[in-house]
Design a protein around this ligand. Structure first.
Ligand code: C5P
Length: 219
């Protein structure tokens, strides 16, 4: 079974996808982490975020992969655990430029489909229901107001010792949504057959309950 969870930045996709995967004993795949890792790869090698040729060269020389550990899924760039390094503001603010590169998407989409091929999976991202897994049995489009999403990010950041002002986060989220939904290849878009869940006024438990109901209806 394939469960696709798409939606704009900081809508809670990964939190919900992880919990659903855990409850169902499915594999979880965070596709945003892959685009973030390619962005980190460019940064580490001083390659511009729009430099397609050199980014592709780096991708051919390095390996991105996931390892599941007790505390959750970790992302590796070759042998290095980059799970934290891909969450910095620098990566967050530049990932949309890298993810708009057609050839980067082609390669990562292939990896995502290969991953989904031989297991039950919950995959979250922007184009899972529309492009990566168009035949997914369950497609969820998670949304929340930009104010609520910025508040959630703000709270998460404070817990991690980051103090970016709320207004800055709100602007960053809106800018990233704009770029992700206006790019040429596989823009962020609700699939025609996706079910929209607005989480603005819902707790995590309520969202998990609602998504579980939807999954059960499709089993
Ligand atoms: O989900 P997350 O916020 O970590 O995603 C980071 C970025 O990766 C998005 O803003 C988007 O540019 C890109 N992305 C994408 N397609 C996906 C998942 C993420 O273009 N399936």
């Amino acid at each position: 079974m394939q469960i696709a969870i798409d939606g704009p930045a900081s809508a809670g996709k990964s939190t919900i996808a992880k919990l659903i995967a855990k409850n169902l004993n499915f594999v979880y795949c965070d596709t945003g982490a892959m685009y973030r890792t390619v962005t980190l790869l460019a940064k580490k090698h001083n390659v511009g975020y729009g430099d397609t040729l050199n980014i592709l060269k780096l991708m051919s020389e390095h390996r991105i992969h996931f390892l599941n550990k007790e505390d959750g899924q970790h992302v590796y760039l070759d042998d290095e655990d980059v799970s934290d390094d891909i969450r910095t503001e620098e990566i967050t603010n530049n990932v949309s430029q890298v993810s708009a590169i057609k050839e980067v998407r082609t390669q990562l989409v292939q990896m995502q489909r290969d991953l989904a091929n031989d297991c039950d999976i919950v995959m979250d991202g922007r184009d899972i229901g529309t492009t990566v897994l168009p035949k997914a049995e369950v497609k969820i489009f998670l949304i929340a107001s930009v104010e609520v999403r910025a508040q959630r990010r703000f709270k998460e950041n404070v817990e991690r010792g980051i103090n970016t002002p709320l207004k800055e986060l709100q602007d960053e989220i809106a800018a990233r949504d704009y770029k992700d939904s206006h790019r040429e290849i596989s823009p962020l878009k609700k699939a025609d057959d996706a079910i929209e869940v607005d989480t603005s006024d819902m707790t995590i438990e309520q969202v998990v309950k609602r998504v579980t109901e939807i999954v059960n209806e499709h089993k």
